[in-house]
Design a protein around this ligand. Structure first.
Ligand code: SIN
Ligand code: MN
Length: 269
């Protein structure tokens, strides 16, 4: 899969591209089931909300789960980002965010590259995020909010917030967010059906409100970095900021469907 010149121009201007329905129902159902199985495991990679039990995010699932290993090499995700970043990629970070019904907490306003530059010494914002929704995302269950065009502002001043949620983040202050919303034409709410994808620039300012609805909002985030732009500092755990800079070789387009078929007929020859 490749992006059209019009999509590339949109991405450059707005800082994100929405690709509704990129993954089929069976592919999503497989990943969604595996997400629940991962959240049920007592692993260090599964970060809980402040209540100590609700899953917040599971890191590095592509290193220990077969369905997510395949997703991390999926051509529908890897090829467009190779196109945008102009080279081979490695996986800098991989998260399956739960945003659980009733208890899924806020993600404060931030730029991902702000954290990657400060904590991991990633040289340039030559890295991108992909969000793949595994549940329908509506106005109710904590959709991602983006400030369009904020990716053109460079790395903004931020404070290290280690107390609001269970996960530390470099966050922007209210005055900065208000100014960017004013200048950039408001806030885009990333609603979409399960199977939809949003690709966004690593300097695009984003956040998500708490989920007090009765609907979960599981979403997978791939953070892909150009290989020659690999991180230079290894301060955070390996499962949060990866140190394997091997270029990703994409699998076949039906790699997840192949697993769906295997799971459906485990004893087939
Ligand atoms: C993130 O910004 O990394 C996660 C936000 C979310 O899952 O809502
Ligand atoms: Mn983020």
């Amino acid at each position: 899969m490749h992006l059209t010149p019009a999509q590339l121009a949109d991405f450059d201007r707005e800082g994100f591209i929405a690709l509704p329905g990129l993954f089929a129902r069976d592919e999503v159902a497989l990943l969604r089931r595996e997400a629940d199985a991962i959240y049920a495991q007592p692993r260090q990679e599964v970060v809980r909300e402040k209540d100590g039990s609700t899953p917040r995010t599971a890191f590095a699932a592509h290193t220990f789960n077969e369905a997510y290993r395949r997703l991390g090499r999926h051509p529908r995700l890897i090829r467009p980002i190779e196109q945008i970043l102009g080279g081979k990629l490695y996986m800098h970070q991989f998260k399956v965010n739960a945003k659980a019904a009733f208890d899924g907490d806020i993600w404060q306003w931030h730029q991902d590259y702000g954290t990657w530059a400060r904590d991991d010494l990633m040289p340039e914002p030559l890295a991108m995020n992909i969000a793949l929704y595994l549940d329908d995302v509506s106005e109710f269950n904590g959709p991602l909010w983006f400030i369009p065009r904020s990716h053109k502002k460079g790395v903004l001043a931020a404070g290290h917030d280690t107390s609001t949620t269970s996960y530390p983040l470099w966050t922007l202050d209210h005055a900065t967010v208000a100014r960017l919303v004013e200048e950039g034409g408001g806030i885009y709410s990333g609603k979409g059906k399960a199977g939809s994808v949003v690709m966004f620039h690593s300097n695009l300012v984003h956040a998500s409100p708490p989920n007090i609805s009765p609907w979960h909002r599981v979403a997978v985030y791939l953070s892909l970095c150009r290989v020659d732009n690999h991180i230079r500092q290894f301060k955070r755990p390996e499962w949060i900021a990866h140190r394997d800079f091997t270029p990703i070789e994409p699998l076949a387009d039906d790699c997840l469907m192949e697993l769906v078929r295997t799971v459906a007929r485990p004893h087939a020859a």
